[in-house]
Design a protein around this ligand. Structure first.
Ligand SMILES: [Cu+2]
Length: 142
């Protein structure tokens, strides 16, 4: 009888611990974790950022964030791997800032550079009319 009660207590404690872990995990998704930055690479061959007249994103030096880029086909795309646009910062290419975009939404973890300043973003896939002007800016603040 005593043994049974102890077993029940152990099982109950274990279930409580599992519950606590799950709650922590859910809370982490909503409050913790890196900031998500939304960008659209649109079918009119322009970058768009919500609430921005000109497409600009701002990060702090060394900030870790996730770019969530939603892309739509323009008039042309790269037939080889069906890349429809790219999000490319030439100055930061060797640090991973060069993403080949496919139709739909993709997430890319990024780290802002240590040097504050303005960085030009461009699309390097010939995506049709407007391609030459398919540009936006990353502003890195101290
Ligand atoms: Cu383009």
């Amino acid at each position: 009888m005593l043994a049974t009660r102890r077993t029940i207590t152990v099982v109950f404690t274990a279930l409580c611990a599992l519950g606590a872990v799950r709650i922590a995990a859910v809370a982490g998704e909503t409050t913790g974790g890196p900031r998500i930055i939304d960008i659209t690479a649109d079918s009119d061959n322009r970058f768009k950022v919500p609430k921005q007249k000109e497409p600009v994103i701002t990060m702090k030096v060394n900030e870790v964030a996730v770019l969530r880029i939603t892309s739509h086909k323009g008039g042309e795309w790269d037939e080889k791997d069906s890349t429809i646009h790219t999000f490319t910062i030439t100055a930061l290419k060797d640090r991973g800032w060069n993403f080949r975009l496919k139709e739909g939404t993709q997430k890319f973890p990024v780290v802002a550079p240590a040097e504050p300043g303005e960085y030009a973003v461009e699309c390097t896939v010939k995506c049709g009319k407007g391609h030459d002007d398919m540009k936006m800016k990353l502003v890195v603040t101290p």
